[in-house]
Every structure is written in C-alpha cells, then in structure tokens.
Design a protein around this ligand. Sequence first.
Ligand code: PSV
Ligand code: MN
Length: 396
Amino acid sequence: MDSRKAERVYGALERFAIEIPSWGFANTGTRFGKFSQPAAAATIEEKFSDASQVHRLTGICPSIALHVQWDLPAGLQSVGEIQRLARVYGMQPGSINPNLFQDQRYKYGSFGNADKSIRDMALRHTKDSIEIARGLHSRDISMWFADGSNYPGTANIRQRKRWFEHNLRACHAELSAGQRLFIEYKPFEPAFYHTDIADWGMALLLARSAGPQAKVLVDTGHHYLAQNIEQIVAWLLSEEMLGGFHFNDRRYADDDLTLGSIDPYQVFRIFHEILYFEEERDQRADIAFMIDQSHNLKGKIEAMIQTVTMAQMIFCKAALVDNASLAEARDKCDLVGAESLFQDAFATDVRPAIEEWRDSKGYPRDPMMAFRESGYLNRITNERAERNAGSVSSYA
Ligand code: PSV
Ligand code: MN
C-alpha cells in the first residue's frame, strides 16, 4: 500500500468508533425458541463487563447503548447504578432507548394507541428516558415504535400520524441543548399490515415536525429487499437529517446477522457516501454509528468483536476511494473508471495496516485471538452457566 493510501487508512482508523448494544450480550432467541448460552449476560453489570472486553481488545467501542426497561428497570432510580458501572468498567453510557413495545398495555400501540391514557403513558416513559439520558450525559435518545396494525381497515392511519406528531413534539420539548431525538423506521414486524413509521420518508417528516434536534436513524435491517440504502443515506445527509445507524446484516428481513456477513459491499457503499459527503464539506458528519444485533447462535462477545472489526475494516476500505478521481470519471461519463475506483478500494487488503495501527496503540493485532486466549469466556461460563441453565430470559 503506498503512503498516500496508508495515510487515508490511518486517518479512518483514528476517528472510527462504534457503539455496541447492551442487549447483544444477553440471551435472546427467535419466536420459535430460545437457545440459552451458558455465558450470556443476565445482569446489567455482566453486560457492562462483556462490552468492556470488546472495547479493551479493539479500542473502538467506548460506549454502550442502553434499553431503559431491560437495563434501568427502576427508571431514574437506576441512574446511579449505571454511573457506577460506567466508572468501574470504563464504558460510557451511550444512546438511551425507551421501551414502548413490551408492556401489555401497548398491545394496540403506544404513541398510536386509540386510548389517550396509553399514549400519555408512553409519553411519560419517553420523558423519563430523556431525563435518564441527561443524568447519564447521554446525548442521543433513540425511538423505535412497534406501532402498526395487522388488518386493513383496523387503524385510522392519518389520525395516528397526528398522535405521533403531537407526542414527538412533546418529547422534543424536553431535550436539553445538544441532545438528539432519533426516529427509527421499520417496514414491518411486529405489525404485518401497516407500521406507523414504516420508512425513511415517514421518519423524516416526523423528525422535521418534532423539531431541529430530531433526526432519522437508519437501521440497515429495516428495509425491503433490494432497497438502495446508500441512496437513502445520501439523501438524508444532504437534508442534514441523518442522526445515526443501527448496523446489522440480513438476508431476508430484520435478521440481525453479523454486519458484513451477507453483503459487505453495501456497508462499504454506505460508508463511502458518508466519507464523500465529509470530504466535500471538509467537515465531519455528526452521525452516531451503532450496532443493533443480538445473536442467537454465535457466542455473543465473539460475535460483537467480529462485528466491530468488520465495521472498522470496511470503513477503512471506503476511505480508500479517491474521490477526486471519482468526480473526474463521473464528469467524463467514464462508467468503468468510476466503478473501478469503488471495486479497487473494496478489494484492497487493509488488514496489515489495521494490525500495525492496533500495535501502535497497544491493542492486540488480532482481537479475536486475544479474546480466545484471555480466559474471560471460560471464567464467565463457569460463573454463569448454572444460573443460565435455569432461566431462559429473553426479549428479542
Ligand atoms: C427493532 O427491530 C429494533 O431495531 C429497535 O432498534 C429496537 O430497539 C431493537 O431492535 C431491539 O432489539
Ligand atoms: Mn434498531
């Protein structure tokens, strides 16, 4: 690799960080069954501990996303405990995710529920979550709604839109300066006829109506097959409405597969849109990179290490695209030339450069091998196996 390329990779490595989710370390499953893992985390302390291993070995995941109901069961009263764990494990609390989908009262929706008392309850929970975020110095509140309907004719779609607009405005009014409200979309599941926030256009309109600190969150698994996600990213960037990502890969729907396991080139194209935008503006895009995966079969910590190192590698490849030459090729309608710039960057082996960077920072050259040799997995398996055998707690 020539020195100009090495410099680009180094620059990418110096700035790349990605948030990992607490729920990626807990036992989860499919709706057909749960296969409990003996080493899975069951307490918030165990989740912090496991997440800190991923950061210790890679150096690129300093924060952990928290789901309020799962990780702060006492709500605001749990803030002190999270602060303590953050100190002990050297992990910052990251995005705060209100839970508006598990309580029995949300059977017919949260912000879209026809019952005002339930819409109000959902609003209260979100306001509490914003307060929790403030207490933890977390910048981002990430909203995902399961709201929708299963049968035609059963929901007043326009009325529900108004209810969403109303409550999201009320949430926005609670934000401190600097905080952000992310609105995530998803085409289907758990609702199978209509979902209130089904795509990026709906999320964008709701974010715009909520206020200037509301932005769209793109979960890569939340698209119809064959949808051009990097185009959505480019449009949101140009509208200054892209807040962050939930990265994961999928083959069919919201499969929560390891990032890059099915289509690494798509991740490359997404990263390239961001880096190109930044290069043109000569300014960093203010975007939160986050993982949203919970593994049913793979070992959870290993899967997370595999994910974040994959993200790092693809980000470096995307940084290799020579955007000046790309612009020239595009202007000349040199299609093969332009496409080759993508393909050559994607095909470049950046692993030796990444290993050198890790070495220079005191991180293991091979984080996965270092994890396997660390004995951590054996230790937590011994500590947790008996308890985990007795309970198959799950929420995904
Ligand atoms: C919903 O599928 C989702 O992507 C939301 O971000 C939730 O918070 C997360 O998954 C829970 O696993
Ligand atoms: Mn998500």
